[in-house]
Ligand binder design. Structure first.
Ligand code: AMP
Ligand code: MG
Length: 487
C-alpha cells in the first residue's frame, strides 16, 4: 500500500471536487513538526516535504479534493460552504492503523470559495500552528500542525500580508456541517455512508454494533467528546471564537482556529472575536453553543436514529460537560474528591475573579503556592500577605471556605502536586502570538521555534524565552489585541 491515499474520493461525486493546489512559488519552510511526522510514520525527503506544504508537487498517492459541506454561521444556515481555500490532499495510516487526514490550507480557489481568494496568510497560519500544538501539549483534543511555509506573494486582508501554506493533520475533516448538508438534501443513503465512514476512521470500536444501535451510539459519542473538549477549553481558559457548526469536528477535536484566545484577565463574558458584536461565542457561551451545535447534529441524524437515542445524546452532552468541567476545576484548585458543595465553591470563585480582574492563569499558579493548607487560618494569612487576591471580605470568606474544604482531602502535598500538574506556567497568550507574528513578518523565525519548543512542556519555565512571557500582560493594549475573522 502506498504511504498516501485518499479514501474520501470513494464517496459520490457531490461530496467533493478534485483540485490541483495553486502552489506557492519559491517557498520558504518556516517550521516542520518532526515529532508529528515520525508519529505518522511518513518518510519524505526535505525537498518532497517542502513541495507538499507549498503545493508544488504532492507525494504519490495524494489525490487532493475540496470537500463540500454546509453549516450554521452565527446562528444562520449557509448552504454554500465547503473548502474554499484548503484541500484534503491525502490520508495516511500510522503504525497503529489510525488514519490521518492531511489538509493543505491556502491551496487556492475552489468551487466553494464564494468571494474569497483561496489564500491563507502567515499571521493566521502561525496562530493555528501554535494554538493547536499548545492545546495538544495541554492534553486537549485538537487537530495538529505538520508544516508551515511562506513565500514572497502578498495577500490583501485589512492590509497586505505574506502568503502562507499550512498542513493540518486530523483524524477526520468531517464536520457537523457535512451531516447538516446531507440532511438538508434529504439524502439518507449518503448520510448513512458518511456515518459509516466516520465510525470506520474515528470510532472503530462502534463497528461491531448492528445498525439499530450504531448510529445512535455514534451521535452519543460525538456529543460526549464535544462536551469533554469544551469542558477542557473552559478549564484552561481557551476561547475558540467562531463556533459555527462548520468549524465543529465529528472527532470532538478543536478545529479551524480563527480569532481564538487564551484568557488573560478573567472576564466571564469575554469575546475574543471583534466581529462577534453580540457575543454569541463569548467564553461563557461556549458550553451552550456546543450544545446548540450538537442539537443541529442530532437533527441531521434524526432519520437514522430513534428519538430515545437523540435524547440520550443531548442529555449525555449536558451530563458529560457538567461532570468533566467540575472535575477539571477541582484539579485546578487541588481537589480530587467529589463533594456536593464543590460546584458552588468553583462558581463563587469565578464570580470573585471576574469582579477583581484577576489574571486567569496566574490566579491558579498563586493558589498552588500556598503550602500550609492543612491550617486554614495560616493559609489564609499567607494568601493575603502575598497579595494573591484583593483583601476584601468576600475573598477572605471564599478563601476560608476553600482551605477548610482542602483539609478534607488526603494530604496537603497531594493537593499541591495536583495543582502543579494542572496549572501550566506557559500559556500562548495573544500578545505572545503577536510578537511571533511580527518577527516572522520581518523574516525572523527564531522566536517561532522557541515558542513552539516551550509549548511542548507548558508546565515548566523555559530559560530561553523572554521572562515577560511568563508574566500577565502589563499593558491594557496587550490584553485586547484586535482579532477578527479575517484570516
Ligand atoms: P472559516 O472562517 O475559516 O471557518 O471559513 C468559513 C468559510 O469560508 C469556509 O467555507 C472557508 O473555506 C471559506 N473561506 C475562508 N477564507 C477564505 C478565503 N480566503 N478564500 C476562500 N474561501 C475562504
Ligand atoms: Mg471553517
Amino acid at each position: 500500500m502506498p504511504q498516501f491515499f485518499n479514501r474520501y474520493t470513494q464517496f459520490p461525486g457531490q461530496f467533493f471536487t478534485r483540485m490541483t493546489p495553486t502552489a506557492l512559488h519559491q517557498p520558504e519552510l518556516i517550521h516542520a513538526n518532526t515529532d508529528l511526522l515520525a508519529q505518522l510514520n511518513v518518510s519524505l525527503s526535505e525537498a518532497e516535504f517542502l513541495n507538499t506544504v507549498s503545493g508544488n508537487q504532492l507525494p504519490e498517492g495524494c489525490d487532493p479534493v475540496a470537500q463540500k459541506y454546509t453549516g450554521h454561521q452565527f446562528g444562520y444556515y449557509n448552504p454554500d460552504l465547503g473548502d474554499g481555500r484548503g484541500l484534503l490532499i491525502g490520508q495516511t495510516l500510522d503504525a497503529h492503523q489510525q488514519q490521518w487526514d492531511l489538509h493543505l490550507k491556502g491551496a487556492g480557489q475552489t468551487p466553494y470559495s464564494r468571494r474569497g481568494d483561496g489564500r491563507a496568510v502567515l499571521r493566521s497560519t502561525i496562530r493555528e500552528y501554535l494554538g493547536s500544538e499548545a492545546l495538544h501539549a495541554l492534553g486537549i483534543a485538537t487537530t495538529r500542525s505538520l508544516a508551515i511555509c511562506r513565500n514572497h506573494e502578498q495577500v490583501q486582508r485589512e492590509t497586505l500580508e505574506p502568503r502562507a501554506g499550512y498542513i493540518r493533520v486530523a483524524k477526520t475533516h468531517v464536520r457537523f456541517g457535512h451531516f447538516e448538508w446531507l440532511a438538508q438534501q434529504q439524502d439518507t443513503v449518503s448520510l448513512t455512508l458518511l456515518a459509516d465512514y466516520v465510525i470506520d476512521t474515528v470510532y472503530p470500536e462502534l463497528t461491531p454494533l448492528d445498525s439499530a444501535d450504531k448510529y445512535g451510539e455514534l451521535l452519543i459519542t460525538i456529543c460526549r467528546k464535544t462536551a469533554e473538549m469544551i469542558a477542557d477549553w473552559q478549564a484552561i481558559g481557551f476561547c475558540h471564537g467562531v463556533m459555527n457548526s462548520d468549524n465543529m469536528s465529528v472527532a470532538g477535536e478543536t478545529f479551524d482556529f480563527g480569532p481564538y484566545a487564551f484568557l488573560d484577565d478573567f472576564k466571564i463574558h469575554y469575546v475574543c472575536n471583534h466581529s462577534d458584536t453580540e457575543g454569541r461565542y463569548a467564553y461563557s457561551q461556549q458550553p451552550n453553543i456546543g450544545l446548540w451545535n450538537c442539537q443541529l447534529l442530532a437533527a441531521a441524524f434524526s432519520n437514522i436514529i430513534t428519538e430515545q437515542q437523540l435524547d440520550d445524546a443531548i442529555n449525555g452532552y449536558v451530563e458529560s460537560y457538567n461532570q468533566s468541567y467540575l472535575q477539571n476545576m477541582r484539579k485546578k484548585i487541588g481537589l480530587l474528591e467529589t463533594l456536593d458543595d464543590d460546584r458552588d465553591l468553583v462558581a463563587d470563585m469565578l464570580i470573585l475573579m471576574d469582579q477583581s480582574d484577576l489574571d486567569f492563569q496566574h490566579f491558579f499558579l498563586n493558589l498552588a503556592k500556598v503550602e500550609n493548607a492543612d491550617n486554614a487560618q495560616q493559609a489564609l494569612r499567607e494568601c493575603l500577605a502575598s497579595e494573591m487576591v484583593p483583601d476584601s471580605k468576600a475573598w477572605r470568606m471564599w478563601l476560608e471556605r476553600y482551605f477548610i474544604r482542602r483539609q478534607l482531602e488526603l494530604k496537603p502535598e497531594q493537593c499541591a502536586a495536583i495543582m502543579k500538574q494542572n496549572t501550566p506556567k506557559f500559556i500562548l497568550r495573544n500578545y505572545i502570538n503577536q510578537q511571533v507574528i511580527e518577527a516572522a513578518h520581518r523574516g525572523d523565525y527564531t522566536l517561532f521555534a522557541k515558542v513552539f519548543e516551550a509549548l511542548q512542556t507548558p508546565y515548566e519555565v523555559h530559560p530561553g524565552l523572554p521572562k515577560s512571557f511568563y508574566e500577565a500582560p502589563q499593558h491594557p493594549a496587550q490584553k485586547s489585541i484586535a482579532l477578527s475573522c479575517s484570516s
